[in-house]
Design a protein around this ligand. Sequence first.
Ligand code: ATP
Length: 485
Amino acid sequence: MSTYVNLSYCNTKVVVFVKEFLKHPVFNIISEIASLEKLQVYVIGGFVRDALLGRPSKDIDVVVVGNGITFAEKINNHIKGKSKLSIFKNFGTAMIKFQDLELEIVGARKESYRSNSRKPIVEDGTLQDDQNRRDFTINTMAINLHPDAYGDFVDPFGGITDLERKIIRTPLDPEVTFSDDPLRMMRAIRFATQLKFKIDVISMEAISSQCDRIKIISKERIVDELNKIIMAEKPSVGFKLLDKTGLLKFIFPEMDKLKGVEILGGKGHKDNFLHTLKVLDNISKHTNDIWLRWAAILHDIGKPDTKRFSEAGWTFHGHDALGEKMVPGIFRRLKLPLNQKMKFVQKMVLLHLRPIVLAQDVVTDSAVRRLLNEAGDDVESLMTLCEADITSKNDEKVKKYLANFKIVRQKLKEVEEKDAVRNFQPPVSGELIIETFNIPPSKIVGDIKNSIKEAILDGKIQNNYEEAFQFMIEEGRRLGLNYNK
Ligand code: ATP
């Protein structure tokens, strides 16, 4: 069954590339120790796949037909002082950091699953056993590192052909592969999205037929794959596959709810799922910030629950504020971080309509000042999100919005230079108000402070102490307070 193909049978360019990689001194060291210890050792999995695809990778999986930890210790002794060894006894793996590489070393293993347990029975195995337990044919390819067969390519499932045909296929029966570890369904979609490959028909059918089994997988593992889909060049591909296979409704029901178009009185609204994916693809051309991409995914998440129909047509009033409120629940369930990153996403969701509203009208200084004040240092990200949000098919509309956004950006620059209102704190403190008018801490102090802020944002006074102080005195007088000079 196993096919041992010498690398020279493959596409010449690819051979040169992989051989180039094998020139790294680390492979010579591994080879030398494999010879001394009389062990069969292979580089396998993602590194081989990526080398063949011409995508250099720094993570190298090494499989030893024997004890992986002992072998790792031997390598580490050889390069002592230049490397860092970590041993994970429970998993039977070891990691060596050497130069810019991370080597993960493991003994070849055989895994068998029983229907009543999710945990596999793991035993020592052959290379073939180890290849059998892997998820996709393109991840099963191995290169021999023993000096007697150095560079030989071991590809029992035709991974190289699938790589050329751009196919994601399981090495064994897909029903079994996906049932054994349902995370592989997400991994199939993740690889298809990252590599622009197709998932073969029977694997797609197997995913669709057992999509509900994703429920037994931890949220951490799921979100890891989801984030890799989100960071792909065109993440919509992955989300459409998640939808097509039925996985989406289990892992991300709020997004599933965005789907569909309702028509009443002959009037329909846009499909918010497809719109969101368009925005996500748009923004992905301009940013690799995963949280800004998450903001694109969630910007309209409040729409299904704010949807109303009236004579005038469909409205989604308040979907920005509701969306902002929904973010923590989604982050908590998906085990995304509940920190400043989440706050940033909330802020983007809440403010995502603001620049559009601004751009629809005459762009005034005071409106720009207010936007700057609320968005603070994230104003650039907000503008990027809003530009990505223009998905209208009406070219004239798109042109008008983009032109207005240019004006908004220009004004943002001018106003910021002139007034420094980004992250601004009113130049007069509450203490000074209390002292000046000899009043106790009370609501009126906050009211005066707020009036000063509004006056600055409206451009009535400049953002400096002198003008703010003068305004405070006038405001106090207007409210009947005594000013003690
Ligand atoms: P990436 O580095 O982009 O995440 P990768 O393929 O290197 O891609 P890893 O998660 O590091 O992904 O896995 C390394 C190898 O281990 C894979 O190439 C595959 O052979 C195997 N593997 C990983 N996860 C699974 C799984 N759930 N089921 C079966 N094999 C797996």
